[in-house]
Design a binder for this molecule. Sequence first.
Ligand code: TRP
Length: 466
Amino acid sequence: MPRIRQSIHGQWSSRWTFILAATGSAVGLGNIWRFPYLTAENGGGAFVLIYLVCVALIGIPVMMAEILIGRRGRQSPINTMETLAIEAGDNPHWKWVGWFGVLAGFLILSYYSVIGGWTLSYVLYTASNSFTNATADGVGFIFSDLVGSPSTLIAWHSVFMLFAIVVVARGVKGGLEVAVKYMMPALFIMLLIMVAYSTTTGEFVRTLKYLFTFDLDTLEKNTGSIILAAMGQAFFSLSIGMGAIMVYGSYLQRDASIFKASVGIALADTMVALLAGLAIFPIVFAYNMEPNEGAGLIFKTLPIAFGKMPGGTFFGTMFFLLLAFAAWTSAISLIEPAVAWLVENKNLKRRYAASYIGIACWFLGLLTVFSFNDLSDFHPFSFIDPFGDLGKKTIFVLIDSLTSKIMLPLGGIFIAVFAIFIMSREATRDELDLGDGFAYKTWRVLVTIAPITVGIVFLNAIGVLT
Ligand code: TRP
């Protein structure tokens, strides 16, 4: 009787809480740290526009599928996939999709926590006026100092992970609500202030051109890898493809509209990413920096602005603090599927489940810590010469690429196939509550096409189609 199925972990206090929590999961380092540097790495405009198309045509429909599966199953993604598959008369092995997602979340959190740690350390740098009137070089040195010191990185990584564990241990509903309700709008306002400052650098128009002109030349040089990166970023930024939004959906009440929620979450998420781009690139151009600064981009650019603008110490401190909060509200969604499973199947208390997973993830994070110093010249695939690029990647870059470019889209394929070909039409129609007309049919078409598109992007990226 799916209609009366209840989650043993409780429910959100209102549909609004779900939207806040899911937006909290979506908005994080992915928007403000990852989006700008990937944009630069992939040459600007073409990447951004492909990303936007992926969000609209793949991201939103797949997010709806993920939420509806979660709400239908009302358990951890692993058990939800199994239960719904059995219910539909199909193979219980679908639960492996849940496991695959748990693994992806685990891998992502391992490095996410390290970058969250960078953010925390920047709260202190800014608060102690380290950036006041600093030059681009000066700001760059502070960054290299930080990432060159494993012990400092480990300390901040530990603080970040500890906080994530504490919030998950208390249940995502407790700590989360306040954090998201006040911190997210505050972060949004801070970004607006940053964008306003960036308009004074004189490079705003150039930034608009850089971000929004579809530059066919750049695209032609690297079509496959740019499209793959843009699609991966869409999955990453929306938190889809690994069960995070599914487990949040499992706490969602029946009467909430999955369609409206998904569109709202995606809009908010995309706005934040674009604002981050508009805040950062004018600074890059004004100070003649290389856009392609890699993972340090925001940490090398924004502090210059904070060092110059009136009230910069205050705004800068607030900005990094709010970014750390945004990162926490994302981080907890990365381990919630695993925690929910341990609670359901191993009868563990939440606090133990969260601690075990967090600690294991902390250890894995050390690989990322060392990717920026002692192991920065260690490229695990350097022996594979023909793949050139792959041979030059550090462990951090490999984990990041593996998860966002391969695991999440692959998870998305399974979720889409499951929603269309395994679940009954009645079940999905009932969950979506869009009637049986145009809206529902459009959703079905988009979710049917999504796996094909993702497949083509995969093949294209490895050169099969070129
Ligand atoms: N979306 C988050 C961000 O942009 C990161 C994140 C949280 C995530 N949960 C996820 C990414 C699940 C992929 C899957 O920072």
